[in-house]
Design a protein around this ligand. Sequence first.
Ligand code: NAD
Length: 335
Amino acid sequence: MKLIKLSKTIKKIFSNHGLSKKHASISSNAIINAELVGMHSHGLTRLMMYCKRIQKKLINPKPRIKIKKISQSISLIDANNSIGFVAADIAIKTAINSAKKTGIGLVAVKNSGHYGLSGYYVEKAVKKNLIAICFTNAPPAIAPYGAKKSLFGTNPICFGTPTNSKIPFILDTSVSMINRGKIRRAAKLGLKIPSNVALDKSGNPTTNAKKALEGVQLPIASFKGSGLAWMVDILSGVFTGGNHSGKVKDPFDDFTGPQNIGHLFILMKPNLFVGNNYNKRIKENIKTIKKMPKIKGVKEIFYPGQNKYQRYKSNLKKEIKISKNILIEIKSLLK
Ligand SMILES: NC(=O)c1ccc[n+]([C@@H]2O[C@H](COP(=O)([O-])OP(=O)(O)OC[C@H]3O[C@@H](n4cnc5c(N)ncnc54)[C@H](O)[C@@H]3O)[C@@H](O)[C@H]2O)c1
C-alpha cells in the first residue's frame, strides 16, 4: 500500500476509535515508522491490539495528561492511560526543551501504555543534537535468573548520540534474545523462531512461537541480561510511579485493566564536558572502530542504528507490503 494511503487509513481507524486528530496522527506516524525501519513486530501487527484496548476502555482515547515540572530540568508526566505513543511524544518534547535550556532533561512517565520502538523517540532527541537514553518496562516474558516463571519484560534499553554525520548512532535493544513482538508475529503468521531464544512451558528449548509464548523467553547473556531487565524495571517502574515487578499487563491477552507502564527519558547536551570538540571526538571514535581489521565474511563494521537507517531510506521509496492477515484486520477496523 502507498505510504500516504496507509497513513490516512491508520489515522481514520484511530479517529474512529475516539482519538483526537493530533493523537491519531502521532500514533499513525509511530506505527508507520516501525514498518519503514523494518521492525514489523512493532508496526501494523499491533493495530488491532491498540484498538481492542481502546474499545475496552483500557487505553483512554481522550486522556488528560498532566505534566508536573519538578525543576528546570526534571518533569513527571501522568499520562492518564493514553496510548503510549502520545505519552512518549509529549515526554520526549518536554525532555528536549529542558535539555536545550539547562544541559539535561530528565522526564519520567507513569500511567502510560505500550509506546512501540524506543529508538523512534531517541532519534527525535538526537536530531536536535542531544545524547539520549531511554527505558520502558514491558509485560512478563523473561524469568529472573534462578526463577521458574517469567516476570521481567523484554525491557528495552536505548541509547543515541549525534555522530556529526547524517546517520545517528542508536542502540535500541530488548534485553531478551529477540523481542516478544517478533515471536507474536511469528505465531500469528505460522513462522518458526530461532532455536536459542525461548523455552516452552516445560523448560525445553523450542522453535514453535506459540509454545514460546506459553513458556519463557531467554535473556541476553544469562544473569547479566536478567540483571539489565531488573534495572530497567526499577528505572521505568519503581522510580517513575509506574507498574513494576511483573504487574505490567500483557496488552494482547490481559484485559483486566490498563497497563500503567512507566518510561524514563534522560537527555544531555553533548558539549557539556568537551565543548564543541564532541563532534570531532565522536567522529574519530566511530572512524577508529569502523577501520578495525574485520573477521572473515564481514565487509563493514556497522554501528548501531546504521542498518535501520539504511532500511528506512530504501523502504521510503517503496510501497509498504502488508500480509493478508493484517489486511483483513485493517479492513475489519475500518467497518
Ligand atoms: N515498547 C516495548 O515494550 C518494547 C519492548 C521490547 C522491545 N521493544 C523495541 O523492539 C526493538 C528491539 O528489538 P530487538 O531487541 O529485536 O532489536 P534488534 O536485535 O533488531 O537490534 C538491536 C540493536 O542492535 C543493532 N544492530 C543490529 N544488527 C547490527 C549489526 N550487524 N551491527 C551493529 N549493530 C547492529 C540495531 O541497530 C539495534 O540498535 C527496539 O526498537 C525496542 O525499543 C519495545
